[in-house]
Ligand binder design. Structure first.
Ligand code: 5PR
Length: 378
């Protein structure tokens, strides 16, 4: 067996399932702290096909310590404000000067992949993980068993690693809404720095339809097009231009472009609560551990925070089990609160009223990263 005798005498080894944002982040963080890391991606390429994403202050602190935040600031957009409109009328303008960034998902992914390679992470594509052994091994579809001091399931909301660990409890819940996410070319009418802001266009009658407008760079805008899943036409990819432009006539140009966008996807809101997050030497990070409704825009940020915190906590303890317990204790409250808060916001659609970013809602974004922050300050 491979039992750690401390981080000083030899480097520890991790096997990681899933090269999404959480898997890449935890791999980079561990490799930068002296671990050898092999990262398995079941697809034949490492890339993200998705649209856009927000990275809040909490995620940017974590990304700062793994050396990626500067590239995100350079390649993304810091929104000037987060403005909300209901039925075409402005209801609030919030978050002026708040440190958060918008970026396309393919760009964020590419930046993490190059940071992983630079940190010495071995990325293996076409490698499908089907489970984990809490004694410290990842199990591949071809029957291979790969041992590590730590094995990590970063394999998303449908996590095979999680589902293979019998001693974890799981609660999954689906919600009424879903969202079509597309990336469109940034049209002339939305050029200029005055458009570098998030605009959240809500309508609630006769049913909820909302367009979250997020510039992600000089050439792209991320459109999050939310609707109740019973509205089939508004829950379709490709975007139904007729039904969306009828509801949002002033956004007709953007809706037309959304109708022609390639690579968009629709997802239902869902939550997945797992406890505990580890079993022996097997641990879950990202959506595998805590998929949440997107209403807070914090799903990826919380996964990134927990991934970097995990690597730093492991550094503080020779014993993996002790580190995992301390790590979960540090992150659990913040994570559960983010899940509960985003579910509440999704169910009640509170953001439609405006002024939704209360101190309580901002708790997740303002999280201070107990394992990492002392190092930033030092
Ligand atoms: N916020 C963000 C987002 O991407 C979505 C939502 C809120 C940043 C959609 O994915 O409420 O659906 C939302």
């Amino acid at each position: 067996g491979t039992h750690s005798t401390g981080s000083t005498d030899r480097s520890r080894h991790a096997e990681v399932a899933g090269a999404g944002f959480a898997g890449l982040t935890v791999s980079i963080a561990l490799a930068r702290r002296g671990w050898t890391v092999r990262l398995h991606e079941q697809n034949d390429q490492v890339r993200d096909f998705g649209a856009g994403i927000l990275l809040w202050r909490n995620a940017m602190l974590a990304l700062e310590v793994i050396g990626v935040a500067g590239a995100i600031r350079a390649n993304g957009v810091q929104p000037g404000t987060y403005d909300t409109s209901l039925n075409g009328d402005p209801v609030s303008s919030e978050l002026a000067g708040y440190p958060y960034w918008a970026i396309t998902r393919p760009k964020l992914h590419a930046l993490l992949v190059s940071a992983a390679r630079a940190a010495g992470v071995e990325i293996v594509t076409g490698s499908r993980v089907v489970g984990a052994d809490p004694a410290g091994a990842l199990l591949l579809a071809d029957g291979t068993r790969l041992e590590g001091d730590l094995v990590i399931g970063a394999d998303g909301a449908g996590s095979a690693v999680r589902n293979s660990l019998g001693d974890l409890t799981q609660e999954r819940k689906k919600y009424q809404d879903g969202v079509c996410r597309v990336l469109i070319p940034r049209p002339e009418e939305f050029q200029g720095p005055e458009w570098d802001r998030v605009i959240d266009f809500w309508t609630l009658e006769p049913d909820a339809m909302r367009i979250l407008f997020i510039p992600t760079g000089p050439d792209t805008i991320y459109m999050g097009m939310m609707a109740t899943t019973t509205n089939e036409r508004a829950s379709r990819i490709p975007i139904d231009v007729e039904v969306w432009s009828k509801r949002f006539p002033h956004l007709a140009t953007a809706v037309e472009l959304a109708g022609r966008a390639e690579g968009g996807r629709h997802d239902n809101y869902q939550t997945n609560r797992v406890a505990p997050w580890s079993s022996g030497r097997a641990v879950l990070v990202g959506d595998a551990a805590h998929a949440m409704c997107p209403a807070l825009g914090q799903g990826a940020s919380v996964g990134i925070v927990n991934a970097v915190e995990l690597a730093h906590t492991l550094d503080q303890y020779d014993d993996v089990g002790a580190a995992l317990a301390v790590w979960e204790e540090r992150e659990r409250g913040m994570t559960d609160a983010a899940q509960a808060r985003s579910a509440y916001m999704a169910e009640t659609r509170t953001l439609a009223k405006g002024n939704g970013f209360t101190a309580e809602v901002m708790e997740t974004a303002n999280f201070e990263l107990p394992a990492v922050t002392p190092e930033i300050v030092a």
